[in-house]
Design a protein around this ligand. Sequence first.
Ligand SMILES: C[S@@+](CC[C@H](N)C(=O)[O-])C[C@H]1O[C@@H](n2cnc3c(N)ncnc32)[C@H](O)[C@@H]1O
Length: 349
Amino acid sequence: MRTKLLSEIEKSGPMPFEVFMEHALYDPDGGFFGSGELKSVKAGDFLTSPEVSPMFGEAIGRLVEAEIERIGEPFRLVEVAAGSGSLLRPLLASLDWDLEAWAVEVSPAARAALAGIVPSERVVDALDRVPAPFRGVIVANELIDNLPMAIAQRVDGEWRERWVGGDGGELALIDADPRPDVSEWLDRFAGPVPDGGMVEVQLAAAGWLREAMAMVEKGSIVLFDYGDTTENLLPRRQDGTLRTYRSHHLGPHPLDEPGATDITADVNFTALEAVAVQAGWEAKTWRQDDYLAELGLRDRISAMRHEELALARSGDEMERLKVRTLRTEAETLMHPRGLGDFRVLIARR
Ligand SMILES: C[S@@+](CC[C@H](N)C(=O)[O-])C[C@H]1O[C@@H](n2cnc3c(N)ncnc32)[C@H](O)[C@@H]1O
C-alpha cells in the first residue's frame, strides 16, 4: 500500500489526508477494511460494544420498538458498519416480530458473516444500495470515527492543512493552504485551539449524515462512537486525536503502515448535531451509559444481580456463573470511564 501511495503521489502530487485515509482503510486491494479478515471480533483489532455484550443489541431493540410504536409500519431497520453482526443478531432476536432488516458493510469478510443473519440480498456494500425513502431506523456503532477526515494545525494564529506527500521514499505530512470547506468547518467547529494544536476536520461524517437523513422519511438515526462536543475536545487538541489501532492496542503513526492498521479519531458531536438540526431534525447527544440506562439496561443489570443471589441460594452454580458473565459484560457497556463514556447522537423526525 505504501509503494502504491508513493507512486500515486509522484504522479499526481501530494494528497489531502482524507484521500490518504480513504486508500489506507477502504482500498479493495490492501485497504484495512476493504480487504482481509473480519476486524471487529475478539481475535481482531478492537473490541466494540456489541462484541462485548449481546445486551447492547438487545437494548437498541427497545429503541426500535419505541420507534415502531411512534411511526407504525412499514418499518425498516438498517445497520451501517454492521461488522460481524454482533449488534443485529441479538437485536432481531429480542423483537417479537420480523422486520425488514438491512446490513451495510464495506468489508467483504463482514458481508459474508452478515449474510447468515439477514437475507443475503439485504447485505449491501453502500448505504445508497438500500431502497429509499423509507420509514425506520438507521443505526451505526463506530462508523463515523473511521470516515476519512482532513487534518489541520494551528500555526501562528492561522489554520494550515496537513496533506500527505513523499519525503525520501517515505510518506510524510506536508504543509498546505486550507481549502475553503475545511476553513469553514474549522471556523464553526474547531473552537479556540492554541498554536500547535491539531484538529481532524470531519467533512465526510457530515456528508454521510446528510445522505442518511435524506433517505429517512420518518424515523431516527442513531450513531454511537467515541468523541465529544467541540468544547470538551479542546483539551485533546494539543496533539489531536488521530490514532491507529491494531490487535487491541494503539498502533504506529497513521503514515507508517497504511493498510495494516485502523485509522480513527474522536468524533466531533457538536458538528454532527448541527448537520441534523440544520436539516430540521430533532437531535440530542447522550453519553452511552445514560442512553443505555434510558433503554432499560440499568434495570436489567439490577434484575440480574437479584437472579444471581437467588441462584446462589438454590445452589445452581452453573446458571449463576452464566448470569454473572452476562451481567459483568453489560456493566462493561456502562463503565463511566470506558464504553459508557462514548457518545450517542439520536437524530429524529
Ligand atoms: C470499528 S468497526 C465496527 C464494527 C461494528 N459496528 C461493531 O461495533 O462491532 C468499523 C466497521 O465499519 C465498516 N465501515 C467503515 N466505513 C464504512 C462505510 N462507509 N459503510 C459501511 N461500513 C463501513 C468497517 O468495515 C468495519 O467493519
